[in-house]
Write a new protein. Structure first.
Ligand code: AMP
Length: 223
């Protein structure tokens, strides 16, 4: 199994890239944020714990999120996966290395999406999600045709509880605190690519696809 990692602060477009790459490459998109939100929606005791973390902009426990990812991987039966939002800490990166080694999977691309904090705060505070199908919109750059209604399924649009400016700043602070350590874990990898996350999503996706093609040609597909 081939693995792509998307690394970047909240709001850098990891989810958007993951969806584009999923449709281009046919890989399975796995977002740890989505796994957490599904657990919260289920109303479980674990979900309640997660809900508290998320609404304060804090990261959830490394081991708990790793166990959820591991479980999700058992149902990932495609040739590749795109990890969106994992790893976020050095212990998660180590757990992931061990897991991939165990299941014979390899990292074939690590994509670092770089963007200024203030651009993120503006982006995230304008984000809207459909509560039925999960489609995303943005009040400024991608407004729905009818205010508050999903263009795709007619569901109700809402903001995420962690997309309010104070919580966004807390999430950005956490990302900045851990960024160097996670970056150092992978930075010397031949499959690392730095990207400007202010570019159009389709342009970023094209760059990633070209990079992956070159990597395959050069035979450098290992982290
Ligand atoms: P995201 O949808 O990736 O922005 O994640 C939303 C929230 O879920 C984050 O702000 C964290 O609270 C939590 N979360 C998602 N992925 C992880 C992770 N790998 N480790 C810890 N917490 C995470």
């Amino acid at each position: 199994m081939e693995v792509l990692l998307l690394i970047g602060p909240p709001g850098s477009g990891k989810g958007t890239q993951a969806k584009l790459l999923e449709s281009q490459l046919g890989y399975d998109h796995i977002s740890t944020g989505d796994l957490i939100r599904a657990e919260i929606k289920s109303g479980s005791a674990l979900g309640e714990r997660f809900s508290e973390c998320i609404s304060q902009g804090k990261l959830v426990d490394d081991r708990l999120i790793f166990d959820m990812l591991q479980k999700r991987l058992t149902s990932a039966n495609r040739t590749g996966i795109i990890l969106d939002g994992f790893p976020r800490t050095p212990p998660q990166a180590i757990l992931l290395d061990e897991l991939l080694h165990r299941i014979g999977a390899k990292i074939v691309g690590i994509f670092s999406l770089n963007i200024e904090d203030e651009v993120i705060v503006n982006r995230l505070s304008a984000r809207l999600f459909c509560s039925s199908c999960g489609a995303s919109f943005n009040k400024h750059s991608k407004p729905p045709k009818l205010s508050g209604i999903c263009d795709l399924c007619g569901g109700e649009l809402s903001t995420r509880t962690d997309d309010i400016p104070d919580v966004i700043r807390a999430r950005l602070k956490d990302f900045a605190r851990l960024k160097d350590a996670v970056t150092n874990h992978y930075h010397k990898s031949p499959v690392w690519l730095d990207l400007d996350a202010t570019q159009k999503p389709e342009e970023i996706c094209d760059r990633i696809c070209v990079f992956l093609k070159n990597i395959v040609q050069k035979g450098e597909s290992k982290a």
